[in-house]
Design a binder for this molecule. Structure first.
Ligand code: CO
Ligand code: CO
Ligand code: CO
Length: 306
């Protein structure tokens, strides 16, 4: 699996029992604290392996660093953050590459394993399935507030920990179920990633906005206009297939288009299994996991939100 139909990661079958999953992700700092930035970058890079249903095993660092303007100690802390997150995930750091650059960037390439029959793509949705989201939305809006110096210490701490939280527990629980599809919520926002799941599938999605977990401060910051450009781009791109009911206010809509960093898993599972899966997720500490909507036929490839 590769570029024919974009998914969270590439998959290569090695034997009848083993396939490798490969993915790479890197970005500029989203929080000021270098150690936490390293952790978030690692959690974000690992997430695509979890989203495929796989287990990450090895990783390599990618570093671009402004040697002339920044203390090397900053880089050490970033790398330590990444390393500690990899350790938590049981992943070995086996190499990397660094270049001098005017702008700091950090991320990782990650390799994981999976049984070829257990690969979870963005396709495979079935009529009557339910959709489960495992982390609350709103990190893009809150990161905008952080960059603008408007976020409180408390919310910075909350959202930093949220972005640094591995999707491993969620993936572990998910692996015990016959899940039909999975992806992780990142730059395209909830609606954008849902749109990828229904493209050419001949089915649609109905979301219940009041069930979607949202960081409350994200709505407050959206109210004062702290919505990232990416959210407007995501809206423009997917507006034609999205219909909002009269009860869904503009602020909630902004959050549904908000680009996420290291967002949660979006899991599609048989409707009869969804409550049990959410129960198990909560039991394993994935506290905000919730059923947010369902797959429906007869409306075309559309996303209805009410
Ligand atoms: Co992804
Ligand atoms: Co990715
Ligand atoms: Co997937």
């Amino acid at each position: 699996m590769g570029l024919d139909r974009a998914d969270d990661a590439g998959v290569y079958r090695v034997t009848d029992d083993i396939a490798i999953i490969q993915t790479v992700d890197f970005f500029t700092p989203i929080v000021d604290d270098p150690y936490w930035f390293g952790q978030i970058a690692a959690a974000n890079a690992l997430s695509d392996v979890y989203a495929m249903g796989g287990v990450p095993k090895t990783a390599m660092n990618l570093v671009a660093f402004p040697l002339k303007e920044m203390e090397i100690a900053v880089l050490r802390q970033i790398i330590q953050g990444g390393l500690d997150k990899l350790r938590e995930a049981g992943v070995a750091l086996i190499g990397g590459h660094s270049v001098e650059d005017s702008e700091l960037k950090y991320g990782l390439s990650v390799t994981g394993f999976i049984h070829p029959d257990r690969v979870l793509t963005k396709g495979g949705l079935q009529d009557g399935d339910r959709l489960i989201l495992t982390k609350p939305l709103g990190t893009g809006i809150i990161n905008t507030a952080i960059k603008g110096g408007l976020a409180s210490e408390e919310i910075i701490d909350t959202v930093t920990r949220l972005m640094a939280t591995l999707n491993r527990e969620a993936a572990d629980v998910m692996s015990l179920y016959q899940v039909h599809a999975c992806t992780d919520i990142t730059g395209f926002g909830l609606i954008g990633h849902l749109a990828e799941m229904i493209v050419d599938a001949g089915i649609g999605i109905r979301l219940k906005s009041e069930r979607i977990p949202i960081i409350p401060e994200a709505l407050a910051y959206a109210r004062i206009g702290l919505v990232p450009a990416g959210a407007y781009n995501n809206r423009e791109f997917r507006e034609s297939i999205t219909e909002f009911g009269p009860s869904v206010d503009r602020l909630t809509q902004d959050v549904l288009f908000d680009p996420q960093t290291s967002g949660g898993l979006l899991i599609c599972v048989d409707g009869e299994k969804s409550d049990e899966l959410v129960h198990d997720l909560k039991q394993k500490g994935v506290e905000k996991a919730a059923v947010i909507g369902e797959v429906i036929s007869g409306i075309g490839e559309k996303i209805l939100v009410d």
